[in-house]
Design a protein around this ligand. Structure first.
Ligand code: ZN
Length: 69
């Protein structure tokens, strides 16, 4: 189905764009350490790490914090 292919292509494009604009870490430990450091500098920031399928490295991603709690 063409529509499905288009969705997959745009998904890949967004992964590539995120990969290029983000800092890459070689392993989970480095990514977690960097996330910890950034969260210490900015206490309202919540970061998680994920393995990138595109570059096989690790990136940080911002978690949206629910301030209504
Ligand atoms: Zn990547």
């Amino acid at each position: 189905m063409p529509r499905r292919n288009k969705q997959i292509k745009s998904l890949i494009a967004s992964v590539q764009a995120g990969c290029k604009s983000k800092r890459r870490f070689d392993n989970e430990q480095s990514a977690l350490k960097a996330a910890d450091n950034q969260m210490l500098l900015n206490l309202s920031l919540e970061l998680s790490v994920y393995k990138c399928d595109y570059c096989t490295g690790w990136h940080l991603t911002r978690r949206v914090k629910n301030t209504d709690k």
